[in-house]
Design a protein around this ligand. Structure first.
Ligand SMILES: Cc1ncc(COP(=O)(O)O)c(C=O)c1O
Length: 251
């Protein structure tokens, strides 16, 4: 038995892969999607589950009817699956479903800005997607960790900045994988440094979670990840996406 599926078998998983689209000259051709980093197509097994659930869909945690209870239960199962997928702490962590990574980071930035003090600093990096830069800029003093000429993050600059701000850095907000270079950041090393200096870490997992396994790790470890955000629409599901975060406040 072969372990590796053939190209045809893989294509057969993808909804709309043979869809014809119109050209300006009126001809129709099969579209090739080169932009899976932005949004992936839906897979048939995902569509099948959505269709299976659709007749049961009703108000989640807002109704006492039978369908409501089924829907609420399935949503909670979804949260549990997401938690297992990134190995988060089921007692202390929560999963919040949002539309996408951008919305998640915006919500978190608003929540954390309610708790900020005058000097609160957020450290971001020069390799971030706008989704993990703009939300912080408007609400916090933000400084940026250097990258080298290959686009790799300088962890020594991170530590220099953590020392320089003397405990004022409350959050290090860093991408797990660059959407420009594909470079993977050493998120656990970054987490350990952030925690050593009293900061928390947010990992933008929009490009990382679809491409590599992610372990949020136990609270016992300095290397644990406090906030992880990522998008279901970049992982072969349509529409909604996920954000998960630690329950503990940061100040
Ligand atoms: C690294 C990274 N972060 C965040 C985002 C924003 O994701 P979304 O479109 O799901 O809000 C993207 C989108 O491509 C991205 O590549």
């Amino acid at each position: 038995m072969r372990d590796v599926p053939s190209n045809r078998e893989l294509r057969d998983l993808v909804v709309g892969v043979d869809q014809k689209i119109p050209l300006p000259n009126g001809k129709y051709v099969t579209a090739i999607n080169f932009d899976n980093a932005a949004t992936t197509p839906v897979l048939y097994p995902v569509l099948k589950e959505i269709n299976r659930f659709a007749p049961w869909y009703s108000s989640v945690h807002r109704g006492g009817g039978y369908k409501s209870k089924v829907s609420s239960d399935i949503y909670e199962q979804g949260r549990s699956v997401v938690q297992s997928f990134v190995n988060s702490d089921k007692e202390r962590d929560i999963v919040i479903f949002t539309k996408n990574t951008t919305e998640s980071i915006n919500i978190l930035s608003f929540v954390l800005s309610q708790q900020k003090k005058h000097q609160t600093v957020v450290l971001s990096t020069f390799m971030e997607h706008a989704a993990n830069d703009l939300p912080w800029r408007t609400k916090f003093k933000v400084d940026y960790i250097d990258v080298d000429r290959f686009g790799r993050l300088s962890t020594s600059d991170l530590e220099d900045k953590l020392i320089r701000y003397r405990g004022s850095v409350k959050l290090v907000s860093v991408t797990g994988a660059s959407n420009v270079t594909g470079y993977l950041n050493p998120i656990h090393k970054i987490a350990a440094l952030a925690h050593k200096y009293g900061a928390k870490i947010l990992v933008d997992g929009a490009q990382m979670v679809p491409h590599t396994s992610v372990d949020m790790m136990s609270y016992e470890s300095l290397e644990h990840i406090d906030y992880l955000v990522f998008s279901a629409h970049k992982m072969y599901a349509p529409f909604g996406a996920g954000k998960r975060e630690r329950l503990t406040p940061w100040v």
